[in-house]
Design a protein around this ligand. Structure first.
Ligand SMILES: [Mn+2]
Length: 426
């Protein structure tokens, strides 16, 4: 009774950058393990994809092919929507894969203020799925004990697995101990786990990208495998921390549920990611660029990542440095991330205190609202957020450039007119 448990694959992350195929490679590497070891259950606890929709046909073809290979080998693949790939109207890739029978998504629905989770039976297992909802709403459902595990009392001789995409502390493990940034996001306390029936044998978590807790092998009934690659520079920095400070790496979990208590084993993998970190004071453009070249030359093969922590970078040099780093990123096939410790990058007028805000979307909303106030604009924050969202859209591969941008402009124009107060002047 083995299950491979991973989460936060974030396929589609790093698009247009040297790591754009790292996440799908990691997915394939984990699936190879599943098939080679005859494991029949594969669980992805949310954030399978970076966005609700993936535009790249190269990625799509690989995703479909690997899922078909899993199915053809008799592997039952289970997933839940995560905070990144869910869409309210279920107009997303994960739902499509569910319809195609390539991924099994336990059904859930909101009924009269309660979240009803429906069982998904297969072989010796019953799966329930708790999706990652907007604004961490799933935590409210848990906290209010407003989650219904439909028909759970019917099962007595099957192992019950809850696949949940949410952030929670458990058994003394607090993700913010490992990584400062999780101290800034919503993390629910252990007591909310009491909303989960005792009959649940294992809670397969996703959402926290740092593997939590860290162990080689352990008897436990809840765990975050962590993200194999991650989706941004903070994750890549934590890959370095895992290696340098904890003597571990990225991982996925193999669970054995044949005994009384589940036994989890970490399969540590580099997933072919090489991370270097360089911290120094800014000593001029030439010196920095030469140092960067030297570091990259010494880095091994693989998905190379260089994180630069440069203190006191002169504002007037910043553009030049960034441009060169962008060129190097392409020519040396190395993702280069520059962190600057200089405090003067954001102008005083627009610096906003966000220390009390906990959620990324809340941060965005608060920042926009504050910026509007400080700039003296007379516009609803929602309009600015809508503009940001439209500008963030990517051209689908099969769309024509001119048509795409023309359509984009038609949608932006009334928004811009409203923001600048120039509409209806005729
Ligand atoms: Mn994630």
């Amino acid at each position: 009774m083995l299950i491979v448990h991973t989460a936060d694959l974030h396929i589609g992350a790093f698009s247009g950058r040297p790591l754009r195929l790292a996440n799908v490679d990691a997915f394939e590497e984990i699936v190879d393990f599943v098939i080679e070891n005859g494991v029949k259950y594969f669980v992805v606890a949310g954030d399978f994809f970076e966005r609700p929709r993936i535009e790249s046909y190269e990625l799509l073809r690989r995703i479909y092919r690997v899922l078909r290979v899993l199915r053809d080998n008799g592997v039952f693949t289970v997933s839940v929507p995560g905070s990144h790939d869910a869409s309210v109207r279920r107009a997303d890739l994960l739902t499509l894969l569910g319809e195609a029978g390539l991924v099994h998504i336990p059904y859930y629905e909101e009924v009269k203020g309660k979240l009803v989770l429906y069982p998904l039976e297969h072989g010796d297992f019953v799966f329930y799925g708790l999706p990652g909802l907007k604004n961490n709403l799933e935590i409210d459902y848990l906290r209010g004990h407003r989650i219904v595990f439909k028909d759970i009392d019917r099962y007595s001789d099957k192992k019950i697995i809850l696949v949940a995409h949410t952030s929670v502390k458990f058994a003394g493990y607090d993700p913010s101990v490992y990584s400062y940034r999780y101290g800034k996001s919503v993390i629910a306390d252990e007591e909310i786990l009491q909303a989960i029936p005792k009959k649940v044998d294992y809670v397969a978590l996703g959402h926290i990208h740092f593997p939590t807790p860290l162990f080689d092998e352990a008897e436990l009934n809840i765990a975050y495998p962590g993200s194999p690659i991650g989706r941004d520079a903070s994750d890549l920095y934590e890959t370095l921390l895992l290696r340098k400070e904890h003597g571990k790496d990225r991982r996925f979990l193999v669970l054995d549920l044949s005994g009384d208590k589940p036994v989890a084993r970490s399969i540590w993998r580099s997933f072919n990611v090489v991370v270097e970190y360089y911290k120094d004071y800014y000593k001029g453009y030439e010196s920095l660029i030469n140092e960067v070249k030297k570091i990259i030359k010494d880095m091994g093969e693989g998905y190379r990542v260089l994180i630069l922590d440069i203190e006191g970078l002169k504002p007037e040099d910043k553009n030049k440095v960034l441009q060169t780093l962008r060129e190097y990123e392409v020519s040396y096939k190395t993702l280069i991330h520059l962190r600057t410790s200089s405090r003067n990058i954001v102008s005083e007028v627009l610096s906003i205190d966000l220390s009390d805000v906990t959620d990324i979307e809340e941060i965005e909303k608060t920042a926009v609202a504050e910026a509007i106030k400080k700039l003296g604009l007379k516009i609803e924050p929602e309009k600015i957020l809508e503009l940001i969202s439209i500008l963030g859209e990517r051209k689908p591969e099969d769309a024509r450039k001119d048509e795409f941008y023309e359509a984009l402009f038609i949608r932006i124009k009334p928004l811009l007119e409203e923001i600048l107060g120039v509409s209806e002047q005729r």
